[in-house]
Design a protein around this ligand. Sequence first.
Ligand code: ZN
Length: 336
Amino acid sequence: MTSRTRIVPEVDFDKPGQQRGFLRLFHSVHSSAYGYIPFPIVVLKNGEGPTALFVSGTHGDEYEGQVALCNLARTLQPEAIQGRVILLPAANLPAAVAGRRTSPIDEGNLNRLFPGDPDGSVTEQIAYYIEHELVARAHIVVDLHSGGSSLMYVPSALMQQDDEDPARNAKLRAALQAFAAPVAYIGHAAPGQGAGRTTGGAAMRQGKLALGSELGGTGTVTPAAVRIAERGLRNILIHFGITEGQVEPQQTRLLDVAGPDYFVYSSVPGLYEPLVELGDMVRAGQPAARIHQPETPWAPAVEETFANDGFVLCKRIPGRTVRGDCLFHLGTDVSW
Ligand code: ZN
């Protein structure tokens, strides 16, 4: 492992038992010349076996996964596992504490900054550490996301399809099925985002398996979303042989989010009126939303339409919108 990280872990990844501590990211500022930012980490190790890395708080305003990993950090015992489990519940800690998608220190969006930079900004340094020190040690990575403040999802788990590697895809599909969310989807990198900049991209570069989730959103937590996350993580540990037991089966609807035309954007600024709900089936050409101008209420409303048939997987939450905001995205049913 050739890593040039400057971050100093308080935990020893090879020590048996349970360790709780912090990754020290040194950050010299006006109020604290020699201080560090403490990213919490839990390592559980027992004997030989695969390593699971569970991450949340990559986006600080996505809370469902953070709740699930807090619960797991308190309850999972090393005697219950065979192998290693690494928990990073607040991956972008400054963003998580602020309840924001991005870091208030450098505006860094952790899930757009992989592979990171060991000499870069705070968020670039943690991205580098996650990819080169944590993902590099893992066999399976689960990064728990949700819609955050601006989006709401039908609770789902997801995988990034790797068109170059069918064997890896088959393993990812099996893990996705084991996660047993009500909906699972295959992503192909959101338009313009580039999968390489996400945790999934980090895992691909490191030759590791990675799943994601979109557990809900709106900057809140529901008991149902937390249950889905916790069942998913339990099932993943069983699926990879890290804990004993039976994967709890569940009917999972598999969707493909196949291209840019699955996304509907606002073409004008204004107040957005959604015309469909999450979980609806829609047709190409169907109106998705109207955008009103309350400042000029008699002005004609602008209609945005779906360009594809599909299942409404995600919708925008805030009513005010500007040109370029994503209002909806779809998925289409595919078979397992
Ligand atoms: Zn996210």
